[in-house]
Design a protein around this ligand. Structure first.
Ligand SMILES: [Zn+2]
Ligand SMILES: [Zn+2]
Length: 255
């Protein structure tokens, strides 16, 4: 029982810790112009919100999500009776993939609807798009209602439908958090495994954050599948930027 409870708490709080540690590393790397997707100064010129407000917004959201997650875990808990029944590695891998698919599916349709519905965009999702030049710790800068709808409910669905244990959820939610932070890091670093393994990466999501990108690249956080199936996929090329670094340029004929 004690272990089970600590798994639940870790599943809730480890992703928060991981978020700040991983984005902290990117804060240290962010001055390296040669790997940036936008000039550093554009963080101040183009973004419509200060970093202080972003930090406050993310902390508020994480506090709300932690509260909801603790409640959800306690509602779905089986009292710790199955603590020692750990599934095989194959089953765990399948649960992980199912959770990725469920989270991707939920987030794609909710995210796309947030752009389609003008009221929801204006009052809720536009908050995230104040970051035209994304940076790592802005990844979860969202309206609290969006955090609840996309992240918390999406996370709860992927947990419940995949059937994973609270212990596995520690790794899944931490992984999803790292992936989301990486997609907003604003850098194209050599050897970044996420860039090699996922077509959905910091350049792909950067396109969505640009003013012309609001109709494309809704898929998040893992695969580009739904964008491809439903025709919202914007291919891009990574060009050298004058002044160092790179620029993700959209395929011109689609804009
Ligand atoms: Zn969006
Ligand atoms: Zn984003």
């Amino acid at each position: 029982m004690e272990n089970f409870m600590s798994d639940e708490l870790l599943g809730t709080f480890a992703p928060i810790l991981v978020y700040w540690v991983y984005s902290g590393i990117y804060v240290l790397l962010s001055p390296f112009e040669n790997y940036r997707l936008h000039p550093k100064k554009d963080e101040h010129v183009k973004n419509l919100v200060s970093k202080r407000t972003v930090v406050r917004g993310v902390l508020l959201q994480q506090a709300l999500q932690a509260a909801v997650a603790v409640i959800l875990f306690s509602v779905t808990s089986n009292g710790g009776e199955a603590t020692n029944l750990q599934p095989s590695l194959l089953v765990k891998a399948r649960q992980f993939l199912v959770a990725m698919f469920v989270l991707d599916t939920w987030q794609y349709f909710m995210h796309r609807y947030m752009h389609h519905n003008k009221f929801l965009y204006r009052h809720i999702h536009s908050q995230h798009h104040r970051l035209v030049v994304p940076y790592a710790f802005g990844a979860l800068y969202n309206h609290p209602l969006e955090g609840l709808l996309l992240d918390t409910i999406g996370g709860a669905l992927s947990f419940l439908l995949s059937g994973m244990s609270p212990r596995a959820s520690i790794f899944f939610f931490s992984f999803a958090t790292i992936k989301t932070v990486d997609d907003h890091c604003g850098l194209w670093l050599p050897g970044n495994l996420f860039h090699m393994l996922f077509n959905n990466n910091s350049a792909y999501h950067d396109i969505h954050h640009q003013l012309y990108g609001g109709k494309y690249n809704f898929s998040q956080p893992f695969f580009v599948t739904w964008d491809k199936i439903l025709g919202t996929h914007m291919p891009y090329s990574l060009e050298k930027r004058t002044g160092g670094g790179f620029e993700a340029r959209p395929a011109k004929d689609k804009i």
